[in-house]
Design a protein around this ligand. Structure first.
Ligand SMILES: *Cc1c(COP(=O)(O)O)cnc(C)c1O
Length: 456
């Protein structure tokens, strides 16, 4: 397949890119000086660039290409569906076959309390939907003042106005401010935020108690929901203490808050179950998803809505909300075919029982590396926190950009990983084999060695 990728003139493409294309989440000036890497092909867990480099994609694109690249089956499904019915909406009493079938399939895979599925075009849109749904729900229930949503610092919930506001990324909030009615509490990040000698358990309770404190400060009658990623992804793959989510659920129940569980990364197998709600035993009212739903082959997302919320929405007349592409037939058909592949190839079980534990065991071995302060992860997602001094958890000077150094080394040697602050993070395709994990770990370890040598 990749032999069919035409030769590209990289310099020409970079120049066109520089002159015409504004990139998302990019320091454009720095990029223009350096030149864009042009990705031209993908097969399995590998991507190929216009210079002929083969790179093991340790990030599955942006946490999304769960089944790997180059699946002709999805292209065929898209082609057939586009010929049959390229588009129709679901607004005014209509629907299409793929959207109906996909909703049924997602409900079948989702936790038992899920009643209905709403479709969007992305994870950000899903969280915009959530904010409106929470407020509409409480208005229908006769408590319109329950409109505040509580989130966590360093959370990522997307980049639209509501997604960014729900998220807890300060550098994003600084660019234009956030919308009203959203509050943030501490994140459950033991390595960074525990006090000297504080156990993981004590810290987990303290981080959850921050929610109760905030509810009491605002008045429970004013708070409609709590939103959280089961594992914070873009924040640095932060796996909360085991007692955190049970305690969060207890608090939400006590003060009658809905739970929005952002599964845009964790949904569709990444934690070794279809949803992390199952992995962590969390009963959520809204589960936004996107990324792995279609493995990125086409843009589509949605929200799985609990029976208790869906019942109120159904009884409540028209909810004036939706997107032109909600339930897009081609995207829905491709998503359904993607789920079929994950099922047929037993990918979720494989991640839970074999490749996930294998990746975590191999990453754990890197804890001995002089740069690695902490190894975090679960199943098919992982992170290395890089520090200058392991005993005192002292980070490097910011200017050192230690994780960026290690990442650049990795990419140069054929491994795509991402740097977040001082962390290297990874989220490989779920189809990755043990041999490919070995290759990933070897390249990662060499990239760390090289970065270590550079800072000595
Ligand atoms: C990526 C992501 C989003 C946003 O999804 P988009 O499709 O980029 O809009 C939302 N929440 C989480 C947890 C994400 O990782």
């Amino acid at each position: 397949m990749n032999s069919m990728i035409p030769e590209q003139n990289t310099a020409n493409l970079q120049s066109l890119d520089r002159e015409n294309y504004l990139h998302p989440f990019t320091d454009s000036k720095a990029l223009h000086a350096k030149g864009t890497r042009v990705v031209t092909g993908g097969e399995g867990v590998y991507i190929y660039d216009s210079e002929g480099n083969r790179i093991l994609d340790g990030m599955a694109g942006l946490w999304c290409v769960n089944i790997g690249y180059g699946r002709d089956e999805l292209a065929d499904v898209a082609y057939e569906q586009m010929k049959q019915l390229a588009y129709y909406n679901s607004f005014f009493g209509t629907a299409n076959v793929p959207a109906i079938e996909l909703a049924a399939k997602i409900k079948q895979l989702a936790p038992a309390n899920i009643g209905h599925v709403f479709f969007t075009g992305s994870g950000s849109e899903s969280n915009d939907t959530n904010l409106r749904m929470v407020r509409h729900y409480w208005t229908q229930k006769g408590q319109p003042e329950k409109r505040i949503v509580i989130s966590r610092n360093n959370a990522y919930h997307g980049s639209t106005m509501a997604g960014m506001s729900l998220g807890g990324m300060e550098f994003m909030h600084k660019q234009g401010g956030i919308i009203d009615g959203i509050e943030h509490i501490m994140q459950p990040h033991w390595y960074k935020e525990s006090t000297a000698g504080e156990s993981v358990e004590d810290f987990g309770l303290r981080a959850a108690k921050a929610l109760e404190d905030k509810i009491l400060e605002l008045g429970a009658e004013n708070v409609g929901a709590f939103i959280g990623e089961p594992i914070q992804g873009a924040g640095g793959v932060i796996v909360p203490p085991a007692n955190y989510w049970p305690e969060i659920q207890r608090i939400c129940k006590k003060y009658d808050l809905l739970i929005i569980l952002d599964e845009v990364i964790t949904g569709f197998g990444r934690t070794g179950n279809w949803f992390a709600a199952q992995t962590f035993d969390i009963e959520a009212d809204m589960i936004p998803f996107a990324k792995g739903l279609s493995s990125g082959y086409l843009p589509i997302g949605g929200v799985a809505v609990s029976k208790r919320v869906a019942d109120v929405l159904i009884e409540g007349g028209e909810f004036a909300h939706g997107y032109t592409y909600s339930g897009h037939p081609v995207a829905a058909a491709v998503a359904k075919a993607n789920i079929d592949i994950i099922e047929r190839e037993g990918m979720v079980d494989q991640v839970r029982d074999e490749t996930g534990p294998y990746l975590q065991a191999k990453l754990a071995e890197l804890a001995d590396h002089p740069l690695v302060g902490q190894v975090r992860g679960m199943a098919m997602v992982g992170a290395l926190e890089l520090v200058q001094d392991k005993a005192s958890r002292t980070p490097f000077d910011k200017d050192v950009e230690i994780a960026a150094k290690a990442r650049d080394n990795a990419i140069a040697s054929g491994l795509m990983v991402r740097a977040v602050g001082d962390c290297l993070i990874m989220s490989p395709p779920l189809c990755i084999t043990k041999a490919e994990i070995d290759e990933l770990i070897t390249l990662l370890s060499q990239a760390l060695d090289k970065a270590y040598a550079e800072v000595q």
